[in-house]
Design a protein around this ligand. Sequence first.
Ligand code: HEC
Length: 150
Amino acid sequence: MKNQMFAVALALTLGAGYTLSAFAQAKPDALVKMRQSAMTLQGKYFGPLGLMNAGKLPYNADVVARNAGFLDSLSQMPWDGFTEDTKGEKSRALPEIYSNPAGFKTAQDNFRGAVTKLVGAAKSGEGPAKAAIVEVLNNCNGCHKQFRSQ
Ligand code: HEC
């Protein structure tokens, strides 16, 4: 409690700018945890869409639209957690992420493009939405195959 109060007082004294830059310098193990958490949430919100596409859940346009919106934000979050200083941490990130940064960036951009398409297609009915779901899925799997250990 005392420590917490001290932390709050410190943050207030030093101002928001300092607090933000302190967050930007998160420790490597924390960065790994955060990037994995963003991935886990992508799994949570993409999962039902994959099941709908496979016919294992009834198609629900409202859920597709809501989850596509969540994915639009989540799909931007993991990437700044893949910093060089996390290389020594326990994780499934393959060394190719750091030896082929341009390839990793392309995989992110293609994935982001597929998610943007899904956001639009979610309003266009079941056929287009399912096609966009498949495209997102292919991007998840493609990147995992190249950049994540199995
Ligand atoms: C551009 C590459 C890339 C894309 C696209 C991508 N992932 Fe990942 N994902 C990774 C990497 C790399 C890891 C390993 C991270 C680690 O262990 O630090 C990972 C890990 C995960 C994990 C495990 C998290 C954990 O706690 O260990 C899940 C779940 C996951 N991804 C789901 C998804 C889903 C669902 C999508 C698509 C909607 C997706 N990912 C798209 C690269 C990607």
